[in-house]
Design a protein around this ligand. Structure first.
Ligand SMILES: NC(=O)c1ccc[n+]([C@@H]2O[C@H](COP(=O)([O-])OP(=O)(O)OC[C@H]3O[C@@H](n4cnc5c(N)ncnc54)[C@H](OP(=O)(O)O)[C@@H]3O)[C@@H](O)[C@H]2O)c1
Length: 324
């Protein structure tokens, strides 16, 4: 089978298409024929070793240095179950599924095995494989953060970086929870974020964030340019600051302020559960969530897809069609 392998950190061109052995499912595994996979911020960070300030030693320990430990990127896919091991009871051959390998990666390949207890879920029948290939990365992140706040109907949330994978999912989820949504994005993406559910949009190119005249129950920062230090006066008492993108100095500052301040910062990453995938599938089935896809590429165009990722201006999700 074909897969994109990377053996050194660097620009998109370090990704090389290679013929490798097709995996054989073990007794508890399924083999998924991969129709679509997303190219996401995690792929970019690992491929290019682009790490927020202060986290480089931990990142190198986790992902390997000077050579990457992981050789196939890709955190999620959607496709069809092609084979099942003898002990598999949860899935059958022919099931349309989406699956998340998260930080184990491995989805830039034509076939991938997963244990039947891994993060796999039946793809709702109102979604195609392209959407299925981008169900997880942004939405799992947004869901993990929003759940920590116990977001309630009528609460006010401000989402910075509202047009990316995490932001477009966060808007849809916040709308589902009945929140009043303010979004920060560029003017070109204002209509998109409004169509997803934002009530109010601030254009970061023509307006200074610091001049926003409002207070919020929750602020989500997906860009890292609006840290708690500068944004806490926009938060209500007992409000939550969601530092989706942060760096070590900011994280240490928030550990300190969490001890002394009624306004709390939440940061880090949350291990996704299969129930989260089922929750998202139900939302999608009922019309409350649909991954935003701005670009699709074929498998030969993976490097092009990574150039789009590297631009820092990806809208929603970009998906690579593996089999068409
Ligand atoms: N903590 C975690 O577990 C976790 C999980 C997932 C992601 N992350 C991190 O969260 C960040 C966002 O992830 P993502 O997947 O949403 O990224 P993404 O899809 O690449 O988002 C890029 C978006 O950011 C917008 N943007 C760029 N500069 C901006 C600015 N100054 N103000 C407002 N918006 C701006 C861009 O819109 P324009 O074109 O309009 O500029 C673009 O739509 C990444 O750095 C990622 O590493 C963390």
């Amino acid at each position: 089978m074909r897969a994109y392998i990377f053996e050194e950190y660097g620009p998109p061109e370090v990704l090389r298409i290679k013929e490798i052995e097709k995996p054989i499912p073990k007794a508890d595994e399924v083999l998924i024929k991969n129709f679509a996979t997303s190219v996401c911020a995690a792929d970019w960070r690992v491929r290019s070793l682009t790490v927020p300030k202060g986290f480089t030693p931990m990142f190198k320990a986790q992902f390997g240095y000077p050579k990457p430990k992981v050789q196939i990127l890709g955190t999620e896919l959607s496709g069809i179950v092609e084979e099942v091991g003898e002990n598999v009871t949860k899935f059958k051959i022919g099931d349309r599924v989406f699956a998340c390998s998260d930080m184990k990666f491995g989805c830039y390949a034509e076939y991938k095995t997963f244990n039947q207890d891994d993060l796999i879920c039946i793809l709702p029948d109102n979604l195609g494989f392209v959407e299925g290939g981008a169900m997880c990365f942004g939405a799992i992140t947004a869901l993990g953060y929003l759940r920590k706040t116990k977001i309630k109907e009528g609460q006010k949330i401000l989402i910075n970086g509202a047009s990316g994978a995490v932001g477009t999912a966060a808007i849809q989820l916040a709308k589902y929870y009945g929140a009043h949504i303010s979004a920060i994005c560029s003017e070109k993406n204002a209509n998109l974020v409004k169509s997803l559910g934002a009530h109010q949009v601030f254009d970061y190119e023509s307006q200074k964030i610091e001049e926003i005249d409002d207070v919020f129950d929750i602020i989500m920062d997906n860009v890292g340019n609006f840290p708690f230090k500068n944004s806490q006066h926009f938060l209500k008492k007992n409000g939550y600051f969601l530092a989706v993108l942060t760096n070590l100095p900011q994280m240490l500052y928030s550990i300190y302020t969490n001890l002394t301040n009624s306004k709390k910062t939440i940061t880090g990453s949350f291990a996704p559960k299969v129930e989260d995938l089922k929750f998202l599938a139900d939302l999608a089935q009922n019309g409350h969530y649909r991954p935003v896809i701005s670009q699709t590429y074929n498998f030969q165009e993976m490097i092009q897809a990574h150039h789009y990722l590297d631009s820092g201006h990806k809208i929603g999700n970009a998906v690579v069609k593996v089999f068409e």
